[in-house]
Design a protein around this ligand. Structure first.
Ligand code: GLN
Length: 222
């Protein structure tokens, strides 16, 4: 099983994400934003958190135009798996691979703390290690985590069971308390909270481990 973690100037969760993938059994390649192709045979792409290009012009906006994002879009277009965490979620909305946008937090402040996250669906390779309705503790660290989509889009996400996670106690003003969403084929996940930061008891929590473990199981060769 192969994972690729994309590295932009300003990424700061790339190595944490690589460790989480490795512990779930993936071979991990770090892929520079200027590369034009993913390594051969990649099963899943991870777009990590951080401050790509210093968050200019908007979080994820410049990263979305990088050469590697074209390859990521092709990979997703062929039905490949991709997960974007925090800044990675912002990149996925900026590339149009996921609907909606991440706006400035309603309180206009950067928020860095652990929050309760409700697993809305267990029907994805990312969430099948949880049960629907389960509340897990996962850290957030962002200033632009306020998910917005129009009513029609939110209704479609809800109707198609594509809301992966919601906040138990909305910290940032996200519409419908949405913290993470799936693509129509359920293979692309974007989420603001950081499961890779909750994958080692020494870092204060392990509720994120089940996500990577489930991925390792689902993507393992038959
Ligand atoms: N931790 C992150 O990925 C932060 C994302 C982005 N820089 C923000 O603050 O909203």
């Amino acid at each position: 099983m192969k994972a690729a973690v994309i590295v932009f100037p300003g990424s700061n969760c790339d190595r944490d994400l690589a460790v989480a993938f490795r512990e779930a059994g993936f071979d991990v390649s770090m892929v520079w934003h200027k590369d034009t192709a993913l390594p051969q045979g990649v099963d899943i792409v991870g777009i990590p958190g951080g401050f790509s290009y210093g968050d200019y012009l908007r979080c994820g906006a410049i990263a979305a135009q990088s050469p590697i994002c074209r390859a990521v879009a092709d990979h997703a277009g062929r039905g490949g798996y991709a997960v974007g965490i925090c800044n990675g979620f912002q990149v996925l909305t900026e590339t149009g691979l996921l609907p909606g946008a991440l706006l400035r937090n309603a309180g206009l402040k950067y928020i860095c703390r652990t929050v309760g996250l409700r697993v809305e669906t267990a029907a994805s390779v990312y969430t099948e290690g949880y049960t629907a309705g389960q509340v897990i503790d996962i850290p957030i660290a962002h200033h632009d985590g306020n998910y917005f989509a129009d009513d029609e889009t939110v209704a479609a996400l809800r109707g198609e069971d594509r809301i992966a996670f919601s906040y138990a106690d909305n910290p940032n003003g996200s519409v419908g308390d949405i913290a993470g969403i799936l693509s129509a084929n359920r293979r692309v996940l974007g989420m603001m909270p950081h499961p890779e930061r909750a994958s080692d008891a020494r870092h204060g929590g392990t509720d994120g481990t089940a996500m990577f473990r489930a991925l390792g199981t689902a993507l393992a060769p038959a």
